[in-house]
Design a binder for this molecule. Structure first.
Ligand code: SF4
Length: 677
């Protein structure tokens, strides 16, 4: 339909990585769940239920725009695409293809991301990334190193078999509510215990059996001390360690100097707490571990996750139902965006750009050899704007809000020729030189890959409004203007078929096979189905053993001076990431219209601050003003804000220290001063 009317079709929620089935209810004009494989009872959280509201938001962009004399004015598609091709063409001529950078979208389909990365590589650059860089890049790096693959090892269907859930720096009760309620909640009611390691008491903590209230940035002292207790008391799984791990002696030796009491003090938790958590994990038959951004968003986030994997290996909790290392992915297609190669170091299916054999295979399939040199990551590419990077193509991401040290990013974004393909006049689009109006989730066909490796299909329920176009068609047209690739796919399915043919982990998956259900990767050619639980008899890729990693605590980037507090950031259930979608959803804004700073009563009293007061939160990078909520839910010495709002923009305060391996920024630990305004 072209007049905005919606046809009910079985699609998938555009928000989080759970991937609930979502359709349109004509009777009440709202979103309604369908009993899909993920939400078997057809449940939705408030975000999913309100997901249709964004489609006709007031600032939906319905015509292309170009910047003239400093102002954005409407233009025809011809003019807008000419402007992109001329400017990008000149940049390539003058500075080479590496002077272009691409932000792909973890909120868009596999097919769109696949095509965009192929075009970027044909132009001649590997600088294509997506916002997995900002959430789980460190998790993927650590799991890749020890387990050969960075995805959830288990499935939501088997996690309930755990005796203990070990939840580190994640808040599934609020961030992955349907998984939590349907799967984990049922197990908790049946007696599964939960240990929650997190600086903040939230709805997950409320259902936990024990809370380890670690100071932000001090997870390794806790996890290493737990490993030390387990080894010292000989509680580890000797058989598993002997048969399926390597480097145990070196690991034991590495922990020789660890003093449990000292580590507990460093991490701000009682020693008994660590010992009890170690016992719970070691003595349970099956432990399923979860890791979230509380672990990953640090300048040593990769090491944090290594420390958790060590515990999992030590206790033999992998390769069985109800166990494993389970990163809960944030966006609906953040898993897929990386799977299909929207990454500066890997081609579709996690095949390394640096491997000459891999490049030769792609040359055969694509007709050109992809560049060999890994590209820049997202934060690196933003900072290089105006320098190494002269042209940036941002596809449905919002770096002006999501990247750390925002004041610097806002300057950076004005330094490059900026093309933004998006739905709304986002904070990033305001800096654009050209805006290409695209299609929302209910206006497109394709696939998303959810947090437990399931590919599901999204279906078009209406046409994009005005002159806005299908995202896949915009990307295809960009490719035709910039390259001599033959781009004449007959819809999203044809793009998917090509993707499956170059990506062994998707090789067995087809649109028909997915149907109204799902198919899970890895699904190898010739197999009957995808693999549910990874690492069962051997580790991914055929390895017999997995190594321990030797990691130790490194101080966070910001030093905390006398009188300062540690600011940590996170999410709430009613909003989503940069807020680009959820702040345009009236129902969600009614539920939580503004951000607050959570502060412990003792810290508030010391500063003469009362609940509801307005305060200035500042450091050398920037300042924001925000209302205070005084609550014992946040640890003393720590304050918390979400990253969903443009004002207050919390990332004005966060630092751009990057993890050396994964290049993820340290969002979870910033020194700040707080004073009454
Ligand atoms: Fe959407 Fe996630 Fe909520 Fe399900 S749990 S309705 S996928 S936001």
């Amino acid at each position: 339909s072209s007049d905005g009317e919606l046809e009910p079709k079985k699609s998938i929620c555009p928000f989080c990585g759970v991937g609930c089935g979502l359709t349109y209810n004509e009777d009440n004009g709202k979103g309604t769940g369908w009993e899909g494989p993920v939400n078997t009872r057809g449940e939705l959280c408030p975000k999913g239920a309100a997901a249709f509201e964004m489609l006709d938001a007031d600032d939906r962009i319905t015509q292309p725009m170009v910047r003239e004399n400093g102002h954005l004015v409407t233009a025809s598609w011809e003019e807008a695409m000419d402007r992109v091709a001329e400017n990008f063409g000149e940049i390539v001529e003058e500075h080479g293809p590496e002077a272009l950078g691409f932000f792909a979208s973890s909120n868009c389909t596999n097919e769109e991301n696949y095509l965009l990365q192929k075009i970027a590589r044909k132009i001649g650059t590997n600088t294509i990334d997506n916002c997995a860089r900002l959430c789980h890049a460190s998790t993927v790096a650590a799991m890749g190193k020890q387990l050969n693959v960075g995805a959830m090892t288990n499935t939501t269907d088997d996690l309930g078999e755990a005796d203990v859930f070990l939840v580190c720096g994640a808040n599934p009760a609020e961030q992955h509510p349907v998984i939590f309620n349907s799967y984990l909640g049922a197990a908790l009611r049946d007696g599964t215990e939960m240990v929650h390691i997190d600086p903040r008491e939230n709805q997950t903590t409320q259902q936990a059996d024990m809370h380890v209230g670690v100071t932000p940035g001090y997870d390794i002292p806790v996890l290493n001390a737990m490993a030390k207790v387990i080894i010292e008391e000989e509680l580890h799984d000797e058989e598993f360690v002997a048969e399926r791990t390597e480097g145990f002696e070196a690991f034991e030796e590495h922990l020789a100097d660890v003093d449990v009491a000292e580590n507990a003090e460093l991490a701000g938790v009682p020693e008994e707490n660590i010992r009890e958590a170690a016992h719970k994990v070691a003595e349970a038959d099956r432990v399923a571990s979860f890791t979230g951004m509380g672990m990953s968003q640090h300048k040593y986030g990769t090491d944090n996750v290594h420390a958790l994997i060590n515990l999992v290996l030590l206790t033999g909790n992998i390769g069985k139902p109800g166990t494993g290392v389970n990163p809960l992915r944030g966006q609906n297609n953040v898993q897929g965006a990386a799977d299909v190669g929207a990454s500066p170091s890997s081609l579709p299916g996690y095949q390394s750009v640096e491997d000459p054999e891999v490049r030769a295979d792609f040359e055969e399939a694509w007709g050109f050899e992809p560049p060999a040199e890994p590209g820049l990551t997202e934060v690196e590419a933003s900072h290089a704007a105006g320098d190494e990077i002269q042209g940036l193509y941002v596809f449905a991401e919002n770096p002006a809000i999501t990247e750390p040290h925002s004041d610097r990013i806002h300057e950076d974004l004005q330094e490059a020729f900026l093309v933004v393909q998006d739905l709304f006049m986002t904070e990033t689009a305001e800096y654009a030189d050209v805006i290409l109006p695209g299609s929302a989730w209910a206006e497109k066909e394709g696939t998303y890959t959810n947090t437990d490796r399931r590919l599901q299909r999204v279906r078009q329920m209406r046409s994009p409004p005005g002159d806005a176009k299908s995202d896949l068609e915009i990307i295809a047209e960009f490719g035709r203007r910039m390259t001599d690739l033959e781009i004449d796919y007959d819809g999203a399915e044809a793009v998917f078929d090509e993707l499956a043919s170059v990506s062994p982990i998707y090789a067995g998956i087809t649109y028909d096979g997915i149907g109204e259900s799902y198919q899970r990767w890895p699904f190898y050619e010739g197999a009957e189905s995808g693999v549910d639980i990874l690492h069962e008899d051997e580790f991914y890729g055929g390895e017999k053993t997995a190594p321990f990693a030797l990691v130790e605590h490194i101080d966070p980037g910001d030093e905390v001076e006398e009188g300062e507090l540690v600011l940590t950031t996170g999410r709430v259930m009613q909003h989503f990431n940069s807020g680009a979608l959820s702040r345009r959803t009236e129902t969600l804004m009614r539920m939580r219209g503004e951000d607050v700073l959570e502060m412990h009563p003792t810290d508030a009293e010391e500063r003469g601050i009362e609940d509801g007061d307005w305060v200035r939160v500042e450091n050398e990078r920037g300042e924001v003003e925000v209302e205070v909520a005084v609550t014992p839910a946040i640890a003393e010495g720590t304050v918390f804000m979400t990253f969903h709002y443009a004002d207050p923009l919390v990332n004005r305060l966060t630092g751009d220290y990057l993890d050396p391996v994964a290049k993820i920024p340290e969002y979870k630990h910033s020194a700040v001063s707080v004073s009454k305004t």
